[in-house]
Design a protein around this ligand. Structure first.
Ligand code: NAD
Ligand code: TYD
Length: 347
């Protein structure tokens, strides 16, 4: 099995690559990543010299390069995670999301279709997507696999579009595919532009914690290693041309999550209880902010037996401990261009 993983130097991708490299010694695993601000080979130091692993630096937007890569390696499978992934950045620069998330995905689909030449036996294109394609829920209800797409941000619109292209390649050309739509992930190596790692970093530095709007927005959080395990399972056992929702059965209002984070961090850092909570600062809301995401993950549970393996308390504890132990990683990714991003976003 020659397996291409795209975006393997990013947050979720690095957990997926590590799992595959460790679990499948007979596979050849190729990690293709452009190393944008979000890609970091430090995330993979522990497995980089494994004999079944190779890193390829490259951009999925470069059609000629992608075609030549597929011709050279003749991959049997693709697990596609490379993307622009942050909603706030999509509001500032939507075209970057159109390029990577839509055009980049179509470049990969096309290259796979060409080399597989309509003989699709044993081949699979796995597209990793998000629950944000379904738009926003009200106070009740859950997203199922048959919920209509209703994206609200340029990020979710670009992911919705890429999902549609994957399905279209399945329907039109018979390309074997599977898609998963997952809820918010958290864990080690999470880039500190997203809520949990950004707030962990700010608490360490005793900087304000910028809560958007009234903080009453709800997300369903899943520990990243549980997502990586689901991806491994769906890649190997999921049914062709199906979609599976993946979620943590773990809804939190942002403000409650932030208060819990503050409490754990105060204890870990030997600070007085309440010290970090005092850093909470309500700031201007995100435009088009989705009120609530919540996943019904019963299909993957019933069909493939997957469910989250860690509770939120355990996952959060592991995450905080990792960030406190890996100050150098955090310092490296928050130097340089991160500072410019931070100034512009939170000015
Ligand atoms: P990330 O931003 O941490 O990583 C993205 C990776 O893709 C980086 O390594 C980056 O260098 C690479 N990349 C970006 N543009 C590229 C290009 N043009 N060519 C090649 N590589 C490129 O993202 P993440 O949080 O790990 O998310 C991975 C995937 O999972 C994305 O498709 C995202 O939509 C999806 N997803 C994320 C979450 C979440 O909570 N983070 C939830 C559900 C689904
Ligand atoms: P985020 O981690 O960006 O994920 P997503 O928008 O893809 O769900 O944000 C999670 C929630 O936290 C979302 O409701 C926006 C909110 N948020 C803040 O309140 N402040 C922040 O600085 C950030 C980054 C997010």
């Amino acid at each position: 099995m020659k397996l291409l993983v795209t975006g393997g130097a990013g947050f979720i991708g690095s957990h997926v690559v590590r799992r595959l490299v460790n679990n499948y010694p007979k596979y050849e695993i190729y990690n293709l990543d452009a190393l944008t601000y979000a890609g970091n080979l430090e995330n993979l130091r522990d497995i980089e010299s494994a004999s079944n692993y190779s890193f390829i630096k490259g951009d999925i937007n470069d059609m000629d390069f992608i075609n030549s890569l597929f011709t050279k390696y003749k991959f049997d499978g693709v697990i596609h995670l490379a993307a622009e992934s942050h909603v706030d950045r999509s509001i500032t620069d939507p075209l970057a999301f159109v390029r990577t998330n839509i055009i980049g995905t179509v470049n990969l689909l096309n290259a796979a279709k060409i080399i597989w030449k309509d003989n699709f036996d044993g081949k699979r294109f796995y597209h990793v997507s998000t629950d944000e394609v379904y738009g926003s829920l009200g106070q009740t209800g859950l997203f199922t696999e048959s919920t209509s797409y209703d994206p609200n941000s340029p990020y979710s619109a670009s992911k919705a579009s890429s999902d549609h292209f994957v399905r279209a390649y399945g329907e039109t050309y018979g390309l074997p595919y599977v898609i998963t739509n997952c809820s918010n992930n958290y864990g080690p190596h999470h880039f500190p532009e997203k809520l949990i790692p950004l707030f962990i970093n700010n608490i360490i530095q005793e900087k304000p914690l910028p809560v958007y709007g009234d903080g009453n927005y709800t997300r369903d959080w899943l520990f990243v290693e549980d997502h990586a395990r689901a991806i491994d399972l769906v890649f190997h056992k999921g049914k062709n041309a199906e979609t599976y929702n993946i979620g943590g059965f773990n809804e939190w209002k942002n403000i409650d999550l932030v208060k819990l984070l503050c409490k754990i961090m105060d204890a870990k850092l030997g600070r007085n209880n309440g010290q970090s909570e005092a850093l909470i600062t309500y700031v201007k809301d995100r435009p088009g902010h989705d009120l609530r995401y919540a996943i019904d993950a019963s299909k993957i549970n019933k069909e493939l037996g997957w469910k989250p393996s860690v509770t939120f308390e355990e996952g959060l504890e592991k995450t905080i401990v990792w960030f406190l132990k890996n100050k150098e990683w955090l310092d490296n990714v928050t130097s340089g261009t991160y500072q410019t991003y931070y100034q512009n976003q939170y000015k």
